[in-house]
Design a protein around this ligand. Structure first.
Ligand code: LLH
Ligand code: MG
Length: 381
């Protein structure tokens, strides 16, 4: 079997989300947005698909790198093809990101699963068929009744508990919110949610990603008192030494790295240096399922858990193929958004959750996305 084509279809669909000037998502009035689907095709007609923001699969990246590396090759040679692409990250004028690597690699996995009639998490070697979800809120805002105050977070936490979530992660206020960043406000929100959900309910905080060491330490000491489960990306992850320092000064678990460059190499340094107590990976951050599994195994070999960043079928696949992690991240959630609504370009939600807080693995061979191909073909842009 040989790869004969790589196609990108861009289409429009309705969205109720918008990004602010710092890239954090928030609810907005319904609007049409553009998104893309990359498809890898082989000489026997098998196809593998992966959704992506259009800029991640723009023509320069697909024609200039992906086609060069993949066309004529065996789609089962994933490691060789991934290494071939990763090689161009150094020489390609900084254009080829881990996100593009991830989209290509996920489409290769999807193609393999569809060809063999098997779900990718089974192909890797499944550990479980359902995963407990934590509800991950959007970042705070200034919209009354949204996520604009500690009381808003507390009210929304009660809604999430009723929906079935067995853990909640708060993203608190970040710029450009006028009063952000403010660790005292973060603590107020964390304390209000603790009161709302009770003493034993697992809670996590993903705070403003650029606090100083002293503000991060003050916030961490308060979270310890509130019995929080982990503390995430409160400082710039480029400064690993700051995380080592913080981990030495707190007893509560620090999780990371999530956004630091350098894939599994960076993660190995964090583990070795004691910068984190729980590691992190996500298919979009690291360049796909293969490199993420390297991090999950590295963590396991080091006696650590690795919690997966982000939603979508690729990340759910990782969660179902690992023992050393508890949760799948479900979100981002907001009181004004109906997260359980199926997007127009799918026939079913990729991470449907039951009333007990479990996301069950899908049944469609490949990564598991139930794609509405007719919708996509009828809404091309
Ligand atoms: O800053 C944000 O918008 C969120 O932190 C976002 O990146 C989210 O994906 C995250 O960090 N989840 O863990
Ligand atoms: Mg995060």
């Amino acid at each position: 079997m040989k790869i004969t084509d790589i196609k990108v279809r861009s289409f429009s669909h309705m969205s109720r989300q918008n990004n602010d000037s710092d890239g954090h998502s928030h609810p907005c009035d319904p609007r049409q947005v553009r998104q893309s689907m990359l498809t890898i095709v082989t000489d026997d007609g098998t196809e593998g698909h992966c959704f992506a923001p259009s800029e991640v699969v723009r023509p320069h990246l697909i024609n200039g790198f992906a086609r060069d590396v993949l066309l004529g090759e065996d789609p089962y040679d994933r490691e060789k093809l991934w290494q071939g692409l990763a090689h161009w990250q150094r020489g390609g004028n900084g254009q080829l990101s881990d996100r593009t690597l991830a989209v290509v690699e996920l489409a290769l996995w999807d193609l393999t699963g569809r060809k063999l009639g098997i779900l990718v998490y089974k192909l890797i070697g499944a550990y479980r068929n359902k995963v407990l979800a934590y509800g991950s809120t959007m970042c705070g805002d200034e919209v009354f009744g949204g996520l604009s105050s500690p009381e808003d977070y507390a009210r929304y936490a009660e809604v999430l508990v009723k929906r079935g979530y067995k853990a909640i992660k708060l993203h608190t206020w970040m710029k450009p919110v006028s009063f952000a960043p403010d660790p005292r406000m973060d603590v107020k929100a964390c304390a209000a949610v603790r009161v709302a959900v009770g003493a034993d309910f697992p809670l996590m905080l993903d705070a403003y990603h650029g606090y100083s060491r002293s503000k991060a330490l003050w916030l961490g000491l308060e979270l310890q008192k509130l019995g929080y489960t982990w503390f995430e990306e409160m400082m710039n992850e480029a400064s690993m030494s700051s995380y080592v320092w913080l981990a030495e000064n707190l007893t509560m678990p620090i999780i990371g790295p999530e956004t630091a460059d350098g894939k599994f190499h960076t993660c190995a340094e964090w583990i070795k240096s004691g910068a984190c107590d729980i590691t992190r990976t996500g298919v979009r951050d690291i360049g796909g399922i293969g490199p993420s599994m390297k991090i999950i195994h590295l963590a396991g070999a080091s006696g650590m858990n690795c919690e997966v960043h982000g939603s979508g079928p690729g990340n759910l696949t990782l969660c179902a193929a690992q023992k050393n992690g508890t949760w799948v991240e479900r979100g981002l959630l907001h009181p004004f958004i109906e997260y359980d609504e199926v997007p127009e370009y799918l026939n079913a939600q990729a991470d449907a959750m039951d009333a007990d807080g479990y996301v069950h693995m899908p049944q469609i061979p490949g990564l598991g996305d139930d794609i509405n191909f007719d919708y996509i073909d009828n809404n091309l842009v």
